[in-house]
Design a binder for this molecule. Structure first.
Ligand SMILES: Cc1ncc(COP(=O)(O)O)c(C=O)c1O
Length: 348
């Protein structure tokens, strides 16, 4: 499903030179490499400013803090996403309100949002790389851009965005890393302070938008790795899109494809199948790995028990059918054809 070591081989000379330069410079926290990464990564995702963080989860947490989200607030999150989307809300002391997804796609359903008086924000997850537009809401939208690297154009609702550079992402670091994105210079300054112990100057620590800061910095080694990978991103997207087009053309008829927007950079290629465990066994017997993204609605996660959720029937169905197939840039067109053939003419 991912091959970070194989990917490293393809860009090794550049990555290793960048890392070595940092090691020899002695600037391991902050410094010019981090500043360059901040600028270039923000631009890549289509935003004016960014504050680098040490994970995508922290990027979400600081996005929420910069919006002033805290205890007593509710934040709407989609039922189908990685746990961190809701976990970040709980971590800032607010209530994650899990909302069911659309019929056609596992994206938050704009027509059925559980908006209430205490709703402070909505998190739009552009899941798998599919844009999730939420225009005209009465509250700010946080864009969870963890799965959107390489999208053209990048999805954006516009208030604040959070990206993960987890190693298996299309643009991944050699460890944990993330960035919070904004077009507002004041919010950028707030984010930089929040992620640096709320320090406007050395050893002065202030609350920022009501919150106490902490350390969530992307280190210079990760910044160097990401800068080296950035130039390779367009080529990755070309391969991923070609692999996805091959799946579209060759999947057996009983495998249901998801609609895919033209901007999609195919972080994941996910289909819906009956008898999913049997399909997984069939593929495993043919030497093919696959994954369940995601195996359960967030409403069913033990960590979120006790928060108020409406039922999420569409998400529940999606989560029993969803199967992600290998699509990354280390997978060849012939391998995609092989996988399509191994799925067989009828479900197991
Ligand atoms: C949709 C989504 N949100 C948030 C995250 C959290 O990012 P990280 O693992 O970098 O903390 C991830 C990735 O893991 C993700 O896929």
């Amino acid at each position: 499903m991912a091959d970070p070591a194989g990917r490293h081989q393809r860009v090794a000379a550049k990555v290793e030179a960048g890392v070595l330069e940092v090691l020899r410079s002695g600037r391991y926290v902050g410094g010019p490499v981090v500043d360059e990464a901040r600028r270039r990564l923000a631009a890549e995702f289509g935003w004016a400013y960014g504050a680098t963080t040490n994970s995508g989860t922290d990027a979400l947490i600081y996005a929420l803090l910069a919006l002033g989200v805290g205890p007593g607030d509710e934040v709407i999150v989609p039922a189908v996403t990685f746990f961190a989307t809701a976990g970040a809300v709980a971590r800032v002391g607010a209530v994650p309100v899990v909302a069911d997804v659309r019929e056609d796609l596992p994206l938050i359903d704009a027509s059925r949002l559980p908006l209430r008086a205490r709703t402070k924000a909505v998190i739009a997850v552009h899941l798998f790389g599919e844009p999730c537009p939420l225009p005209g809401l009465p509250v700010p939208v946080v864009d969870d851009l963890a799965q959107t690297a390489g999208a053209t154009p990048a999805p954006k609702n516009g208030t604040i965005g959070a990206v993960s550079f987890y190693p298996t992402k299309t643009l991944g670091a050699a460890g944990d890393a993330g960035i919070v994105l904004t077009d507002d210079p004041e919010t950028e300054q707030a984010l930089l302070r929040l992620t640096h112990h709320g320090m406007p100057s050395p050893y002065v620590h202030e609350r920022v938008r009501g919150a106490v800061g902490a350390n969530s910095r992307m280190d210079a080694i990760q910044a160097a790795v990401l800068l080296a990978h950035l130039d390779d991103l367009p080529a990755r997207v070309v391969t991923r899109r070609a692999n996805a087009a091959r799946y579209d053309a060759q999947l057996p008829a009983w495998v249901r494809r998801l609609p895919r927007h033209a901007s999609h950079a195919v972080h994941q290629y996910v289909v819906r199948v009956p008898a999913r465990d049997g399909v997984r066994q069939r593929l495993a017997a043919a030497g093919v790995e696959c994954a369940y993204f995601y195996p359960a609605s967030l409403a069913a996660q033990p960590a979120l028990v006790g928060f108020p959720h409406d039922p999420t029937p569409r998400a529940d169905t999606f989560c029993t059918e969803a199967l992600a197939l290998p699509v990354h840039e280390g997978v060849s067109l012939d391998e995609v054809s092989y996988i399509c053939a191994q799925l067989g003419a009828a479900p197991p």
